[in-house]
Every structure is written in structure tokens, then in C-alpha cells.
Write a protein of this length. Structure first.
Length: 160
């Protein structure tokens, strides 16, 4: 089991060692949710699920086998991704990339887009139809539900 918090301050080599320590063909990888329905703003919930969907897609794209748990917005628990991946180096790269969205900062010399931008672009591509093989459709549906509710609330307040 690896939790996103375990990746804090680690580099790719450290993550490879962490994966090898698991001594299992299937890695249980947990990412925490920052939000809980009725305690968090709808847009924050939408962003949380967009990040989970993007993280899942990154894992799915390199995994030999992939599963994820559907966690309701009302639940205060981490999301489990089960990954089987023979290419440990690619898995370490993806886990490092995901860590930038949660517990690590991009290296100072890195000119790449940040995790939030990449996540937002991913959602735009899914909604626009250019990505059709969606790893975590449940997270996309939750994103849509809560981003629409936020849009509706903004629309109502403007019309009042």
C-alpha cells in the first residue's frame, strides 16, 4: 500500500525504491479527497474529482491492470487505485507526476504546465469528446454534477 502522502519530498528514484518495497505485483495506491459534500463548496468538490479522474487516467495509461474504488462525495475517505504495472520506471514517473498535484512542488527548473492546468485540460478533452477511453467515468460524472450545480448557483445569483 502506498498513500499519496508517502510520496512527499521523494524523487523518481525514491519512488522506484518505494514500489520495490511493496513486494507485490498489484500496488494499492490511495489518494485523499480534500472535500466532503455539504461541508465543501461545489466547485471545490468538482476540482477534487477532476484531479482524481486525471490521476486515474495517468495510472490507467501505463498500467497492465487497473481498478479504482468509487468514493461518494459525501464520504470522507481516500480513493483506492489498484495498479499492476510491469514497467516500474513508468509507474514511478506517473506517481511523481500525481504527487505534484497533492504533496510536492514541481522542480524549480521545470517549465511544464502545473498539475491543475493539466487536470483541467484533461477534463476539457473528455467533455469535448477527444478522449474516449476514460479510466474513471464515475469521477467525471461527479465532476459534471458539481460543476453544473456551481454554474447554476452563479446563474441564479446573477439573475436575482
Amino acid at each position: 500500500m502506498i498513500e499519496i502522502e508517502d510520496l512527499e519530498d521523494l524523487n523518481k528514484e525514491d519512488i522506484i525504491n518505494l514500489i520495490l518495497e511493496q513486494k507485490s505485483k498489484v500496488i494499492d495506491f490511495y489518494i485523499y479527497k480534500d472535500t466532503v459534500q455539504f461541508s465543501s463548496e461545489n466547485i471545490a468538490i468538482a476540482i477534487d474529482y477532476a484531479n482524481l479522474a486525471y490521476s486515474g487516467q495517468l495510472l490507467y495509461d501505463i498500467a497492465d491492470e487497473f481498478e479504482y474504488d468509487k468514493v461518494s462525495p459525501a464520504e470522507n475517505k481516500s480513493v483506492l487505485f489498484k495498479i499492476k504495472c510491469k514497467d516500474i520506471e513508468s509507474l514511478a514517473e506517473v506517481l511523481l507526476e500525481i504527487s505534484y498535484g497533492y504533496v510536492n512542488d514541481y522542480p524549480d527548473d521545470d517549465d511544464e504546465s502545473n498539475f491543475q492546468e493539466l487536470s483541467s485540460n484533461y477534463i476539457d478533452e473528455v467533455i469535448g469528446g477527444s478522449i474516449t477511453k476514460i479510466a474513471c467515468p464515475y469521477f467525471i460524472e461527479v465532476y459534471k454534477e458539481f460543476s453544473v450545480e456551481e454554474d447554476d448557483e452563479e446563474h441564479k445569483s446573477k439573475n436575482e
